[in-house]
Design a protein around this ligand. Sequence first.
Ligand SMILES: Nc1ncnc2c1ncn2[C@@H]1O[C@H](COP(=O)(O)OP(=O)(O)O)[C@@H](O)[C@H]1O
Ligand SMILES: Nc1ccn([C@H]2C[C@H](O)[C@@H](COP(=O)(O)OP(=O)(O)O)O2)c(=O)n1
Length: 667
Amino acid sequence: MFKIPFLDLPPLRAAAGTVRLPGSKSISNRVLLLAGLSEGQTLVHDLLDSDDTAVMLASLKVLGCQLEQVPGGPLKVTGIGGRLVNKDAQLFLGNAGTAMRPLTAALALLAATQGGAFELAGVARMHERPIGDLVDALRELGCEIACLGSEGYPPLRLSGPSRLRLAEPVRVRGDVSSQFLTALLLALPLVATQDVVIEVVGELISKPYVHITLELLKRFGIEVRADGWQRFTIPAGSRYRSPGEVHVEGDASSASYFVALGAIAAAETPIRIEGVGSASLQGDVRFVEAAQAMGAEVRAEANALEVKRGAWPLKALDLDCNHIPDAAMTLAVMALYADGPSTLRNIASWRVKETDRIAAMATELRKLGASVEEGPDWLRVHPLRAWKPASIHTYDDHRVAMCFSLAAFNGLVTDSAVPVRILEPHCVAKTFPDYFETLFEVVTARPEDIPVLTIDGPTASGKGTLADEVAHELGYVILDSGMLYRATGLAAHRAGLDLDDGAAVAAIVPAMDLHFRKGRVTLGEEDITDALRAEAAGLMASQVAAHPQVRSALNQLQLDFRRVPGLVADGRDMGSTVFPDAPLKVFLTASAATRAERRYKQLISKGISASMEGLRADLEARDARDKGRSASPLKPAQDAQSLDNSAQTIEESRDLVLAWWAERRPF
Ligand SMILES: Nc1ncnc2c1ncn2[C@@H]1O[C@H](COP(=O)(O)OP(=O)(O)O)[C@@H](O)[C@H]1O
Ligand SMILES: Nc1ccn([C@H]2C[C@H](O)[C@@H](COP(=O)(O)OP(=O)(O)O)O2)c(=O)n1
C-alpha cells in the first residue's frame, strides 16, 4: 500500500495482463458477522484484508468470538452461538457502514433479550451518515437505543433487557440505504422465536445487495421467505448454522476499475480479471453491461472476466444506476473518454456514502477540466479533450481514489497528455489495499512520460539513503545502479576473469541472472545482498565500471527500471548519461572526512570492523578513479542541482530535494 501524502500517475497508454481481485467487502463482512453469530467453527477463505474487515474482526473479538488465522490459509472463526459472552463493550467501527449497520441491529436485539450495554462509534464522517431509519425500526421492535450525538446518527448506545414486540411486522425504509434492511435480515434470526416479518417502506434501492444477504443467510441455514422486494419473513426457529467453510468472491465493485481499464486501454490483448464472473452473487458484476454499452468487449467465465477495448472513443451513456450504485462511479470517469455527454441517474444514495459522492465526483472531474452538471440524484459528464494536470482530493473515499486513476489515460484522447495526482492514496485500504500496485502491474507508459529523479555523487555521500527516502515519499521505483556494477564485479571475480579485461567482463552481463526483490539481490539462486555491500565489492565495481563496454552492457538494464509511477536512480552518471532527460538531477557531495566517518559508522553498526584512515584512503582512491576515467566520469550533469550535505541531516536533504521536485511538477 502507498502510505504517502500523494501519488503521481504519469500519462498511461496501454493495459494488458491478469489481475486477481481482493475479496468482496460486502460478502466478507456479512460472512464474518454470520460466522460470529453461529455456533461452532467456520473456515473463511479469501477474506478481504482491509480497514473495514479489520473493524468487523476487532468487534467480533470484543464480543467473544475466537479468531485464528491459518498462515497462508483461511481464517477460523468460532462463533458465539447467539449467546453474549461480553455484555458490556465499546466498539469503534471507523467508517465501515457494513459493520455499523448490522452490528447495531444484532447488538440491539441481543441486549434486549440477554441484557447488556454497547456503545458503537466511528470516525467523524461515520457520525454524519444517517442510521435513523434503522434505529426507528429497532425501537419500534422494543430495543433501547440512544443516539449520543445527533438524533438519527451514530454514535449509539444500545442497552437492555427490554421486551421485544415481534408479533407486528417490523417496518423499515428501503429508499435511503438497503443496508438497514440487510442489517435486520442478518440480525433478526437471533430472536426468531416466532415468524418475524419485515416490511419495506418505499422503493427498495440497491436490491442486489439484499440478494447477497439472502444468499449468505441461506448458506448459514436461514431460509428467508421473500414476497417480492416488499416483505420478508424469517421463519420461527431460525438458527445460524455454520456451513463449515465459506469462500469469499472477489469484489465486483473493485472489478469495475479493471473492466473500465480494459475498455479504455486494452487495445491489443485483454485484461483478465480473476475472482468474479457470470456466477457472481454480487450485483456490481452488472457493471459489465454498462461497460459493454460504452463499447467494451467482454468475455465472461463463471469466475473470471476478459475485457478489451471495442468502440473508441467510448460511447456516451444514459443509465439508471440504481442496480450498481458503487461501480457506477467508475462510469463517471469513463465518460471523459466518450463521444458525447453521459448521464448517470438514480444515484441519490451517493450523497450518504463515505462522502457526498455526487459533489465529490463533480468537483474533482471539473479540476481535470471537465464540464459536469449535477442534480439531487444525477450527474452528467461531458467528454474531455483539453485535460489539465490536477490534484485529486479523495475525501477518505477509496472509490474516488480508484476511479480517478483511470484519468491517467488522457493521452489516448489528447496530444498533450498530463499526469494525475491522487491525494491520500492510502484511502484505498478500505477495500483494496494493493490497488495501485495491482494497477501498475498491468499498465504501461511511454518511457519519456515516466518521471526520473537522479542522485549522483561520490561514495558515502548519502546517495543511497537519500534515494530511498525520496523514492519512499513519492512511491517511486528505485535504481541503485552501483549494485549493478557491484554485482557485475562480483560475478566477474567469481568467474575468475581479469577485471581489467573490459570485453570479457562485459560479455558475462547478458547471461547474469540478477534479480532485485524487496531490497534483496539474487544472482541465480544465491542471495548476494550482503556480499555486494562489502567494501571489496565496491572496489571491484569501481574497477569494472571504468570499461566503456561494461557501461554500455549495463545501460539497457538500467533503462528497464524506468517504470510506472516513476524512478529515483542513484549512481555516478544517472543524470549525465543514463537518464539525460530527468527533470531533476541532484549532485550530492560531502567532504571526504564526513564521508569516511559515515562509512565507518555504517560498517561498525553492522558489526564489520574498519579503520577510519583506511576507509578515507579507499574512498579517495575510488573517487579519483571514478572521476578520472574516460567513460562517464563522475561529474555533475550540466543541469544538476548541487547539494553538499556535510552539515545536513538526512531529513533536511530529503525535504530539500522534495521541494526541488515539487517545483518541477505541474500540480
Ligand atoms: N545527510 C546525512 N547526514 C548524515 N548521515 C548521512 C546523511 N546521508 C547519509 N548518511 C549516512 O551515511 C552513510 C552512507 O550513506 P549511503 O547512502 O550508503 O551513501 P552512498 O550511497 O552515497 O554510498 C549511511 O549510514 C547514512 O545513514
Ligand atoms: N552509475 C554508476 C554507479 C556506480 N558506479 C561505480 C562507481 C562506484 O565506485 C562503484 C560502486 O558504486 P556504489 O554506488 O554502490 O558505491 P557507493 O555506495 O557510493 O560506495 O560502481 C558507476 O560507475 N556508475
